[in-house]
Design a protein around this ligand. Sequence first.
Ligand SMILES: *[C@@H]1O[C@H](CO)[C@@H](O)[C@H](O)[C@H]1NC(C)=O
Ligand SMILES: *[C@@H]1O[C@H](CO)[C@@H](O)[C@H](O)[C@H]1NC(C)=O
Ligand SMILES: *[C@@H]1O[C@H](CO)[C@@H](O)[C@H](O)[C@H]1NC(C)=O
Length: 441
Amino acid sequence: MRSIASTAAAVAVLVTFTVAHFYLLLYTLRFLLSRTLGDDAHTSNVPQRAPTRRIYVYDIPERLLHRDYQMDLESCPDSFYSVEIELPRLLKQSKWSLNATHTKDAALADYFLVPHYSTCYYNKCMQSARAGGGQNCEERVKQYMSDILDHVEAEYPFWQRNAGMDHMFVLSWDWGVHLFGDQDESVIRNRLASSIHLTLLGLAAKDKRNVFDPQKDLSIPPLRDYRIPQSLQQLHRERERAIFAYFRGTITDEFRYSRGLRQRIRKYGEDDPVNYFVRLQHGDFYWHELSSARYALCPAGWSHWSPRLFDAILAGALPVLIADEWVPAFNGTFVNYDEFIVRVAEKDINNLTAILHAIPRQKEDAMRRNMRQYTKRFLYGHTPTDDDATDTIMQALARRPVPQMIPVITDMGGNSEAEYSPHDEEPPSRQPSEDVSEGEL
Ligand SMILES: *[C@@H]1O[C@H](CO)[C@@H](O)[C@H](O)[C@H]1NC(C)=O
Ligand SMILES: *[C@@H]1O[C@H](CO)[C@@H](O)[C@H](O)[C@H]1NC(C)=O
Ligand SMILES: *[C@@H]1O[C@H](CO)[C@@H](O)[C@H](O)[C@H]1NC(C)=O
């Protein structure tokens, strides 16, 4: 009997495993198929909730988008910066899209999205500059953006209508609009100043570089291929988490980089390897390690934001956010980060071990359970669905009043004439220009 039972058990395990792999394979195939064939068949299954805002996504001609030279866009979608490429496509497919057949019908839109691939363009230019090819990348990316905006202004009547305040740009560069230079010397940056910037870098208040304004801009999640952690979740749901605190990634000796935070983490790894699993190289076991970790350290790098936060959420490791100024995507609206992250002030980095050990195991488990309910908010599905990242971006905008120019009455008597002032004009201030990394966070 026992051997029959154990054979049956073994078969059951085998079947479960095979079934799991089968679905994984099926999922991968479907993904690949939908990439090649387009996924229109699935959009009809999207549950409908009446959108209260309409967005019009401009059609930018290929000759402007893909531009003159090394725009090897094929390799861009592998990067989390490629949200600049994916989001316009996703929004266009979403229920929020105003599918105008004639340009004049687009006048009903509340928001206008201007697609552009600036970060990809700049990264490609820098790569080829390092290889001795291209040069002057900052000037070229400024020109690239200007040409696209010129096109929008010349071909459509909508930009002028509200001085660009209802126009949106995905600025996935680590420092958002700073890709186009300092505010006091960059014409294109000033032209974009009143528009809505969708960036990976959210900040609680206007920063010294003036790249994020919480009143009008929106912090969004990066684009990531999360198929691996999702399959890990399915296979080891309640897996033992053997790593206490985890960090893998770039650490340089320059203090300016991460203001000493990552260097301190490297020291934790050297002095206390039992608690701290720290590796300086990116590696193939990243997802396995992350899903075996109880806490994932997410320190600032060149920029305040880091993709690790979202990786950790997907992999079930509690994020330890060590970046005082960063306000991650959807905080306070659709995601209550306080339910599951540990926020450690940068000044308290030396007390990290005590802070983490002070969290009771029960609380840690509860935080991990809380975290699970938010994962969908950070995922860009191949087609948009309710409450995924694309949908949440629009839900967040729908909570705000539609941006409109405020008429300023200058003459109270007789012919009162309306003048318009975009709300984001501030006297420019000179910032020391700093090198910004090309992608290593
Ligand atoms: C616009 O078209 C997409 C498919 O291209 C569709 O999924 C979406 O629902 C449409 N939006 C509206 C408001 O009809
Ligand atoms: C989210 O926003 C609230 C204020 O609305 C702030 O107190 C909190 O620290 C923020 N959390 C994160 C993780 O940024
Ligand atoms: C370090 O953190 C622990 C736990 O949160 C706290 O009790 C202690 O006061 C902190 N020590 C310092 C020096 O901040």
